[in-house]
Design a protein around this ligand. Structure first.
Ligand code: SF4
Length: 356
């Protein structure tokens, strides 16, 4: 059975709960932000807040409205995702991949959400959008990977999600689902839901753990239920000031994630989206942290640092640090095995056979 627990769905609910927990909140700010970017928090996620120091807690900051959401001068939709819409709710931006926006609901309205001004406040696909999307993909066989996104596809009624999966399954090689339910309300990942998903292999799931406090026993069990059905799990962390923009936090997060068999995949710089500017952390900080992670973690636990660039040739771009420190005719200087050291690597080709 799908577990549907109570949720905090508006400013008054939230104010009452925070008052009850003894948090001194600015009620008018919460009410004002809620009118623009509504409050929605699962009971589970709310209970992860560190009540000893809530205002600095990374869980609190991801789910409770902040007055800064109304103060930045960023664009509402800098990525213009729907510029590439080829049939209703189907976006074809990358050669072999398309994304279908099937949901505008989530188990939590994350305060840093890239789509807080677009998908999350707009109409969304219904069943009638499936047919044209399938026809487009049939006519474009280069599209062999489909991302179901939103909002959160796993927050949809399972029969509606299955309707979309069944429709797309015959026309693509792989289906990916982007979801945060594993993190924000893991009890929603029921055995029945996992059994249904497993009927549509090859299916991959990408989730978004942003802080080690989110890697709980309940989240680990939800991951295990999916993995036992053969569904590989990847993680896309958002790099955010005040949440995780330092090597210690991310080292702990990625160590925990590989411990529950979730592969760190992308570390995203926060998109410059209206209402999220207070989370933005500079790319130089991201590159510095990545260098530290490379020394601290096994290679498979180190994600790629990614920006989502706007503009004509934009899209997801890796901004890894160039690893060649010096390049000469016959050698390279590369970073050494331990932090702060270098190693010289000869590029003189080996002599073979009769050369001797
Ligand atoms: S779960 Fe994803 S889509 Fe939903 S609010 Fe959070 S970041 Fe946005």
């Amino acid at each position: 059975m799908r577990v549907s627990k109570t949720m905090i769905k508006n400013a008054e609910d939230l104010i009452q709960r925070l008052n009850h927990a003894g948090v001194d909140v600015d009620c008018e700010t919460i009410r004002a932000v809620d009118k623009v970017y509504p409050v929605r928090i699962s009971e589970y996620y709310f209970n992860l807040i560190d009540w000893k120091d809530p205002l600095h807690c990374p869980i609190y900051r991801q789910c409770v409205p902040d007055g800064n959401e109304l103060k930045d001068s960023l664009e509402a939709d800098p990525l213009n995702e729907f510029t590439y819409e080829v049939s209703p709710f189907l976006v074809h931006k990358y050669y072999s991949r398309a994304a279908f926006f099937c949901s505008n609901i989530c188990r939590m309205n994350c305060r840093h959400c890239t789509r807080k001004n677009t998908v999350m406040s707009n109409r969304i696909a219904d069943k009638s959008a499936l047919g044209p999307a399938v026809e487009y993909i049939k006519a474009h066989p280069e599209v062999n990977d489909l991302l179901l996104t939103g909002g959160d596809p796993l927050a949809l009624p399972p029969d509606l999600l299955e309707y979309y999966l069944a429709g797309f399954r015959p026309v693509v090689n792989t289906i990916r689902i982007g979801t945060r339910v594993i993190v924000t309300d893991p009890a929603m990942i029921t055995d029945a839901l996992c059994d249904m998903l497993a009927r549509y292999h090859p299916l991959w799931i990408f989730t978004q753990f942003n802080h080690p406090r989110e890697v709980t026993k309940e989240a680990a069990e939800a991951c295990d239920r999916l993995q036992r059905r053969g569904i590989p799990l990847g993680n896309q962390t958002v790099f955010m000031k005040g949440i995780n923009a330092d090597a210690d936090t991310l080292t702990e997060l990625y160590t925990k994630l590989i411990g529950i068999r979730v592969r760190p995949y992308y570390l995203y710089l926060c998109d410059k989206v209206k209402g999220t500017g207070h989370f933005y952390a500079d790319y130089r900080q991201g590159m510095k942290v990545m260098e530290q992670l490379r020394y601290r973690l096994p290679g498979y636990a180190v994600p790629r640092l990614i920006i989502d660039a706007d503009g004509e040739n934009g899209g997801k771009v890796s901004i890894e640090q160039n690893h060649i420190l010096e390049e000469a005719d016959d050698y390279l200087i590369l970073p050494g095995r331990t932090e702060g050291t270098t190693v010289k690597y000869s590029t003189v080709p080996p002599r073979v056979g009769t050369d001797r």
